[in-house]
Design a protein. Structure first.
Length: 156
């Protein structure tokens, strides 16, 4: 009987230790999309925000510009050079900007990644996100704000 009690206590201890050690951070992802069409081009914006324990941890912003006007398509190289001048690729202090272009389909995409936990205040300020680390907005707050700005959002 003593042996059974010891085995039971050992199993109970293992279960309790395993249960306490498996408390993972709750992670949720908010993805918001907006599509705008103008006479010469269309813009698709996708913002992905990852929250850990309801605190913003990472954000990716993609903007895909598709030129639809034959006049602008005829001057694609000039358009692309102008966009490249405004969107120089970099990776520094937890923030990176990547540029992709598709010369056949006249598409220009910028992808901004922000690792909120590791980004420096200076780098955030340079990119116009000076209050991002101090922002206490929850996932639901961000969802409502983006939807008020015309985005369609979903939690994944």
């Amino acid at each position: 009987m003593k042996k059974i009690s010891m085995i039971f206590l050992s199993l109970l201890t293992i279960i309790l230790i395993a249960g306490c050690g498996s408390a993972k951070e709750k992670e949720q992802k908010l993805v918001c999309t907006s599509i705008e069409n103008e006479d010469d081009m269309s813009f698709e914006s996708i913002i992905s925000m990852t929250y850990k324990n309801n605190k913003l941890n990472h954000m990716t912003m993609e903007v895909n510009t598709k030129v639809t006007s034959t006049d602008v398509q005829a001057n694609w190289e000039i358009f692309k050079a102008s966009m490249d001048k405004d969107n120089e690729e970099f990776s520094k202090d937890g923030i990176s900007l990547k540029v992709e272009s598709d010369d056949q389909n006249y598409e220009y995409k910028t992808i901004l990644n922000i690792d909120v936990e590791n980004a420096t205040e200076e780098a955030l300020e340079e990119q116009g996100f000076s209050n991002l680390k101090d922002d206490n907005s929850t996932l639901e707050d961000s969802k409502k704000s983006a939807e008020n700005d015309g985005y369609v959002c979903e939690v994944r």
